[in-house]
Design a protein around this ligand. Structure first.
Ligand code: SF4
Length: 401
């Protein structure tokens, strides 16, 4: 066991089978963050706070950023929200997108505040001179505009309508884009979101062929954590795998930090981003010698802020665990009252169950240091349910009640 440990190289593989080549798209800058072109697919989210509550909104943006979020959107429904924007932009650690409907004066205020992008549908603004003013100012300031068409707000079908719902969204997006292009404005991002996944996929596929602009993917009103993440993944992963999509937002009825986690999990699963922890955990079975589910949860909680890509496994038994997770950089395999730490499937140490998690954290630190990186465990989030992993919880297979 004390032989020199297997060297783990944390450099992501340069060649791997993966999605089709990304669709070529124009590069747009949201503050210092690019979308489209050869930029990685960006993960964004939207604040759930009242925008004028600066303390709450800034704190939420910081939590989003810690989770890896790259762009934060805030609603600007009224003057009070618009008046908070200059200070919010000053304090925000992330580029800020102002989400505006109907009122061109709010858009002007947001541009004056220095927001980094507007989400705005010019067709919804009745004052056409107002639209021209907004576009002129956005161009002067180099602020991009996202046209955001949502299926829920495209209006009812006319009785003689022959187009399908996807086409109705695409046509509306094209007419909105046409308004901006007629004003010589091309710093554009577009979305055509729907709750219905086949409709959303069809709309994005068609739009992708028609415009050179970066596409913001989303499934609207997707739902709560599990069902919403699955629905979003079902829609977005088909498109992302085809090379369509430059930025994503997973809309969940949840803490928006979970939107960011879900977003990166989709991208990591498709090999489109390498970011922080990738947790490999077995589902547990009758061979498990350890209470696996809480162990996987606490490991994920401690490691979720890892600043470097690393694949960490939590497996239920020593017989199959290390082998089944041989792809993981490092992992734990449960045993009765003890467990093994392994690297790339090779056992490098055995520890009492009560010390397993600390041993895993120490091994992660060792790997980081071997790669010339800072150790992590001192900065790792503390467990919110300390004590869940108690010694003696493991029960030999077949003897569990
Ligand atoms: S690693 Fe062991 S406990 Fe986990 S599913 Fe495989 S056989 Fe079962």
């Amino acid at each position: 066991m004390d032989a020199a440990p297997l060297k783990i190289d944390l450099t992501p593989p340069s060649e791997r089978p993966g999605p089709r080549p990304r669709r070529a798209s124009k590069r747009v800058y949201v503050g210092g963050t690019s979308i489209g072109g050869d930029a990685p697919v960006r993960v964004q989210s939207m604040c759930t706070t009242l925008t004028h509550d600066l303390a709450a909104t800034t704190a939420q943006i910081e939590r989003l950023q810690e989770a890896g979020c790259e762009i934060a959107r805030v609603a600007v429904p009224d003057k009070r929200a618009a008046e908070a924007l200059p200070e919010l932009v000053r304090r925000s650690i992330l580029p800020v997108v102002a989400d505006i409907h109907f009122d061109w004066r709010l858009a002007m205020a947001a541009l004056d505040a220095g927001v980094h992008k507007l989400r705005l549908n010019p067709g919804n603004i009745h004052n056409k001179e107002g639209v021209r003013e907004v576009v002129r100012k956005a161009r002067e300031r180099g602020t991009p505009i996202r046209i955001g068409v949502n299926h829920g707000s495209i209006g009812d079908r006319a009785p003689d309508e022959t187009r399908d719902e996807a086409q109705r969204m695409v046509d509306l997006a094209m007419s909105e884009i046409g308004i901006l292009e007629s004003l010589d404005f091309t710093d554009v991002v577009v979305s055509v979101k729907a709750f219905d996944v086949p409709t959303m996929i069809a709309a994005y596929r068609r739009l992708a062929k028609l415009v050179p602009y970066p596409l913001h993917l989303g499934v609207t009103e997707a739902g709560t954590l599990v069902s919403g993440s699955i629905r979003s993944t079902a829609g977005m992963s088909v498109l992302l795998y085809e090379g369509i999509g430059d930025t994503i937002r997973v809309s969940l009825s949840e803490d928006p930090v979970m939107e960011v986690t879900a977003g990166f999990d989709i991208l990591k699963s498709l090999g489109l981003r390498d970011q922080g922890l990738t947790l490999v955990a077995c589902p547990s079975c009758g061979r498990a010698d350890i209470d696996l589910i809480p162990l996987a949860k606490v490991a994920e909680e401690r490691l979720r802020a890892l600043p470097h890509p690393m694949k960490v496994a939590v497996m239920g038994c020593e017989v199959n665990g290390p082998g089944e997770a041989k792809d993981a950089d490092v992992g734990i395999a449960g045993g009765v009252g003890k467990g093994a730490i392994f690297r790339k499937g090779k056992v490098v140490g055995v520890h009492p169950e009560s010390e397993l998690l600390d041993a895993l954290m120490a091994e992660v630190d060792k790997i980081l240091v071997e790669n010339g990186l800072e150790p992590y465990s001192d900065k790792a989030p503390k467990l919110s349910h300390e004590g869940q992993l108690t010694p003696g919880r493991s029960v030999p297979a077949g003897q569990r009640g």
